[in-house]
Design a protein around this ligand. Structure first.
Ligand SMILES: [Zn+2]
Length: 114
């Protein structure tokens, strides 16, 4: 088993744990908002922060799963878009990367692509 796969599997467990905690926060049994208005605002704000974090963790988990699938298929170090080899240095920094630097840069630009 490659180091990268080990790193990704640990990351996946870690992310799944974090998701579980966010979900526990949002499905708390004491769901009623505090009757005091300022307290309500704080609670809502917290919920929004948690929502944002949850979405980030979920997105990262999807990337990790995808990278693991590609490793299983033996193409874990190939760019998903252009098929070029992904720089090993990049994979050390971003073990869940499935795009080469050029394609990742291209997809990160908003409103472009196709
Ligand atoms: Zn590429």
């Amino acid at each position: 088993m490659s180091d990268r796969k080990l790193v990704l599997e640990e990351l996946r467990i870690d992310l799944a744990e974090r998701l579980k905690r966010f979900q526990a926060h949002q499905h708390r049994e004491d769901g009623a908002l505090d009757p005091d208005f300022s307290e309500q605002a704080v609670e809502r704000q917290n919920d929004e922060v948690v929502d944002g974090l949850e979405n980030e963790v979920r997105a990262e988990l999807i990337k990790v799963n995808r990278a693991l699938e590609r490793i299983e298929e033996g193409i874990g170090d190939e760019c998903e878009k252009c098929g070029a080899a992904i720089n090993p240095e990049r994979l050390k920094v971003l073990p869940y990367a499935t795009f080469c630097v050029a394609c990742a840069g291209a997809t990160a630009a908003p409103g472009q692509g196709g």
